[in-house]
Design a protein around this ligand. Sequence first.
Ligand code: IPE
Ligand code: IPE
Ligand code: MG
Ligand code: MG
Ligand code: MG
Length: 300
Amino acid sequence: LNPSASIVEYIRHSAQRVENYFQNQISHDHIPPRLLEAISYSFLAGGKRLRPTLVFAANEAVGGKMDSGLPAACAIEMIHTYSLIHDDLPAMDNDDYRRGKLTNHKVYGEAMAILAGDGLLTHAFHVLSKGSRLAGLDAAVIIRMVEELSTYAGIGGMVGGQVKDLEGEKGGVHSREQLESIHLRKTSDLMVCALRLGGLAGGATEDELSVLTQFGYSLGLAFQIQDDILDVIGDEQKMGKKVGSDEKLHKATYPALIGLDQSIAEVNRLMDQAKYQLEQTDLKRDRLLQLANYILQRDQ
Ligand code: IPE
Ligand code: IPE
Ligand code: MG
Ligand code: MG
Ligand code: MG
């Protein structure tokens, strides 16, 4: 892609590469056709593809070769998609629309939606490890990437955050610190992981990884606060999912705890912080900064 391409084109290009790669990764004789259909339905339904784009932009920022991050970008988006399928289940947020289409369980039934999520989660690790090996990455680097993905997406990371989010529905979240810790786990961790995997695939140093991590936590928290805000004032058509879901479920959110205006101010503060953290470094950070600005202006 031309370095002068806009960030919108950069995201579109990243999305295209990940979608093509994904389709090659799921062509397999032994997958039951209905499972393949359910998995593809949600993965290929669209979505902003921000996490794979973070992988590519972080990879570029540390001077990596773009293809080295492709398996990681696909694996992260697979885990993200599984988290959305499960998040929408009746036992969780009970939502009917996602990415502009009916949710997975509405089309394929709950059992298949659970298994499609399980399949995406498990196969993500296959794609990451095998794809990175074939891309010529060092074995030690691949093991580190697998370790990090399982940590950030797992019980002390995204899954743990989803548990705290559900517990938050019953009340008991009264402080900013408590709410922040839910959001950092359920959302920021996977974004941080995307940046770190992109960095690792590109040969990042530990110092570079910690810069990417700090940036990711600020960006990820801002992103989830925006998601909370958009659940109040967003446009369903643009978002591809119903609004008002959080209030109905008595979710602990930023607008509920500190009000809309303060939530918006917090998004701006965190984004400034995220950008400042990057500007203090000599990473090739243009795409990451553009991505932060793009996310800041999002309405979907
Ligand atoms: C939705 O993520 C779930 C959250 C963590 C808020 P996105 O808003 O990135 O969803 P897609 O991938 O674009 O559908
Ligand atoms: C989802 O948070 C976070 C995940 C890990 C999936 P939400 O429940 O607010 O996401 P949406 O609003 O349904 O996309
Ligand atoms: Mg949820
Ligand atoms: Mg939800
Ligand atoms: Mg939400």
